[in-house]
Write a protein that binds this ligand. Structure first.
Ligand SMILES: NC(=O)c1ccc[n+]([C@@H]2O[C@H](COP(=O)([O-])OP(=O)(O)OC[C@H]3O[C@@H](n4cnc5c(N)ncnc54)[C@H](OP(=O)(O)O)[C@@H]3O)[C@@H](O)[C@H]2O)c1
Length: 305
């Protein structure tokens, strides 16, 4: 791996590596998550992003235990994030949900625990209309119990963050939301930074991903020859340019891959720097397109988009 991985000091005082390995997949073979995380740790990733709803915490935990057992990393070297699902938003449900995640991950704490969405559902998927400020009390209790170092949110909009900040005793350190060259999110990124909330980009490859062929034609990021020239100049791929663009904006990135060579490729973004002009070219690919619109919750209270 070329270039040292940058990290950022969160408002809680803990450091978050600017790149983490994403682990969400709609479909996976048995062992594929474990294998990807093992390759990731071997390649140098020290930040892993999972969630209880990804149904992969056991495999992610196995990979972590294996790499610790083999002496490749120690627990303190790793920054592990998991997320509270929408069906456990009642204050008294937060710690039990986190304990179940820890049990599956075979860890006694996580570095970061996020409220996955501001919406709440019951086991039937119906809207529970639980106020996320109530959920936050449970998150704060989890910090006090030593089960998590830092707490934050995901998919929160400006208004929701404002309300949370007004009511929080422990401030959220992160908002994880979709950011990529076709969804640049300047307004929300600036809003977060001004309030010491670290913006973390999910789906950072956006329309570069082959997983999204339905958007062919809208994806200048994939086809524009100017980006090809930039990539050639630095001997990088389009994906690496997209990730580097986010890092240079002060946004942490969570690319997911099951492919060993891509897991390695995505990490190799710390040995070059895009010029202001090149940053502007990547920025021009914005079409405000969401890969993850969360449509299942679009009629729910607190749907953020
Ligand atoms: N908080 C939330 O609500 C939320 C929502 C979505 C995602 N996330 C998190 O963010 C992570 C990343 O998001 P994502 O998985 O949706 O999207 P992504 O990381 O932007 O894209 C993943 C896709 O890109 C492909 N890919 C990876 N590296 C590549 C490269 N160098 N060149 C070309 N294609 C490449 C992968 O294929 P292969 O695997 O086949 O290599 C996969 O199909 C998730 O895994 C999850 O941890 C969070």
């Amino acid at each position: 791996m070329a270039g040292k991985i940058l990290s950022y000091k969160l408002s809680s005082g803990y450091e978050i590596p600017m790149i983490g390995l994403g682990t969400y997949a709609r479909k996976a073979d048995t062992g594929q998550f474990r294998q990807a995380v093992e390759w990731g740790i071997e390649a140098g990733y020290r930040h892993i992003d999972t969630a209880s709803c990804y149904k992969n915490e056991e495999e992610v935990g196995e990979a972590i235990s294996n790499k610790i057992y083999q002496g490749i990393v120690s627990r303190q070297d790793l920054f592990v994030t998991t997320k509270l699902w929408n069906d456990s938003h009642a204050e008294q449900d937060v710690i039990p949900a986190l304990k179940s995640s820890l049990n599956r991950l075979k860890l006694d704490y996580v570095d970061l625990y996020l409220i996955h969405w501001p919406v709440s559902v019951n086991s039937m998927g119906e809207d529970m209309k639980i106020d996320f400020v109530e959920t936050w009390r449970g998150m704060e209790a989890a910090v006090k119990e030593g089960l998590v170092k830092s707490i934050g949110v995901s998919n929160f909009n400006e208004e929701q963050l404002t309300r949370l900040l007004q009511n929080a005793i422990i401030k959220p350190v992160v908002n994880q939301f979709e950011i990529n060259p076709t969804l640049t999110q300047h307004k929300l990124v600036d809003f977060c930074k001004k309030r010491s909330i670290m913006p973390v980009a999910y789906t950072p490859l956006g329309l570069i991903s082959e997983a999204r062929p339905e958007f062919i034609g809208k994806d200048a990021i994939k086809t524009d020859p100017k980006l090809g020239e930039i990539a050639k100049k630095y001997k990088k791929t389009r994906a690496q340019i997209a990730l580097r663009y986010l890092i240079q904006r002060g946004v942490a990135v969570l690319p997911k891959s099951f492919t060993k060579s891509r897991i390695e490729e995505n990490l190799n973004i710390f040995d070059f720097e895009l010029s202001e002009q090149e940053m502007a070219i990547v920025d021009s690919y914005n079409i405000d397109h969401r890969c993850v619109p969360g449509t299942a919750f679009c009629r729910h209270n607190n749907y953020p988009f």
